[in-house]
Design a binder for this molecule. Structure first.
Ligand SMILES: NC(=O)c1ccc[n+]([C@@H]2O[C@H](COP(=O)([O-])OP(=O)(O)OC[C@H]3O[C@@H](n4cnc5c(N)ncnc54)[C@H](O)[C@@H]3O)[C@@H](O)[C@H]2O)c1
Length: 355
């Protein structure tokens, strides 16, 4: 018989419970609906500070075990998997309410839940607002041998798998450049774009980073960015591949090699492979169509499969730490006039507010 795992959700808002109503996709999207859709998972409890959210969650999902306090929920329900679906900085506001506001709720909850001994954790992105807290998360996850994935969902989107296979299978030759297309904020958006580029390239190390806020004159004061800045970046991966973000188009990605390119259009809706011909130039080569599956189901089931097999998750803490560091290094590079830097040069206490 297939073993099922007990899932509890912290934060019963859109990502925890209701985002399916917004029409982004017909596939299960909230953690509650993805859990319900999976034969490996059982939704057992939910937690929110707001009584009305708890009531709506019970009505919608038939789960009576609801709590105001995360620790009480974990101690009473002993879930196998907890999903952290609160806002990152613990407020609904788009900007920090004060110049010294340094709340980092994803980090607080992740460290606390890992230390409570929960074996599997899904954490909404970005997992931390500073490297000080990302370092703490890595320590807690590793010390407790906890399996972690975060909500960078293109990593779990089967429409990107053929692109990755093309790149890693050498079909476009030696990879030279990766491009991400879309205007985007840094911690809310580029955590996704950097993670996807990294995934498509096989998660190499990141050697150097540079970047700039769209407001090139913005001056960071007090090691604190009180909003999530729109930004562009360049990453130099180990082995010499350069990744560029271009602030236009709708979430597209292209990987270019010596013998061709693979491009994803319109937020994963379609893709195009072009390969070098003998006569010169690059011709389009058909790709098999992909029927999309739920990214959140895939992400949660990867946790379970990895836990059972004793292997690293697809979005393990090392890679999440690396991408978080690269994102925050863009802010550090902006502060230092857009210079190239090693990701580890980011000041650990540089805090970037985001939702
Ligand atoms: N990966 C994705 O595709 C995706 C999509 C949507 C949102 N998100 C992310 O999900 C996170 C949540 O966003 P949302 O739009 O669902 O927010 P939301 O405001 O709709 O829901 C957050 C909920 O958390 C609750 N909460 C706050 N502090 C809490 C605490 N200490 N304990 C328990 N509950 C608490 C709030 O009351 C609220 O109901 C954000 O980080 C956002 O970036 C990711």
């Amino acid at each position: 018989m297939v073993k099922t795992y007990r899932v509890a959700i912290v934060g019963l808002g859109r990502m925890g419970s209701t985002i399916d109503d917004e029409g982004h996709t017909t596939l299960p999207y909230s953690v509650a609906s993805a859990t319900t859709a999976s034969s490996r998972l059982e939704l057992v409890a939910g937690c929110d500070l707001v009584a009305e959210k708890r009531e709506r969650f019970t009505d919608r999902w038939g789960v009576k075990a609801v709590y105001e306090d995360m620790r009480k929920m974990v101690e009473a329900e002993r879930p196998d998997l907890v999903a952290v679906c609160t806002r990152a900085a613990g407020t609904d506001q788009r900007e920090a309410p004060a110049a010294d506001y340094r709340v980092d709720l994803h980090a607080d909850l992740t460290v606390e839940i890992a230390n409570l001994g929960v074996p599997m954790l899904y954490v909404e992105k970005a997992m931390a607002c500073s490297m000080r807290r990302a370092d703490e998360i890595r320590v807690a996850i590793e010390a407790n041998d906890c399996a972690l994935n975060t909500g960078v969902l293109r990593r779990f989107d089967n429409r990107y798998e053929p692109l990755r296979d093309v790149v890693l299978g050498g079909r476009i030759g030696e990879v030279k450049v990766a491009v991400h297309y879309a205007p985007s904020s840094l911690l809310h958006g580029h955590i996704h774009s950097m993670d996807t580029v990294s995934w498509l390239l096989g998660d190499p190390g990141i050697d150097q980073v540079r970047g700039q806020f769209d407001d090139a004159d913005y001056v960071i004061e007090g090691n604190h960015v009180p909003f999530d800045p729109r930004a562009t970046y360049q990453l130099r991966f180990d082995g010499g591949v350069d990744a560029w973000s271009l602030p236009a188009a709708y979430w597209e990605f292209e990987i270019l090699g010596t013998k061709g390119s693979i491009r994803s259009f319109n937020n994963g809706t379609s893709s195009q492979l072009r390969l070098a011909t003998e006569g010169g130039g690059w011709d389009e080569v058909p790709l098999a169509p992909v029927t999309p599956t739920s990214t959140v189901v895939s992400c949660l089931e990867d946790l379970v499969d990895s836990f059972e097999a004793g292997r690293r998750t697809r979005g393990h803490v090392e890679i999440t730490h690396q991408i978080t560091q690269a994102c925050l290094a863009v802010a550090e590079s902006h502060r230092q006039s857009g210079r190239w830097m090693e990701p580890a040069e980011v000041d650990p206490d540089l805090y970037v507010f985001h939702i």
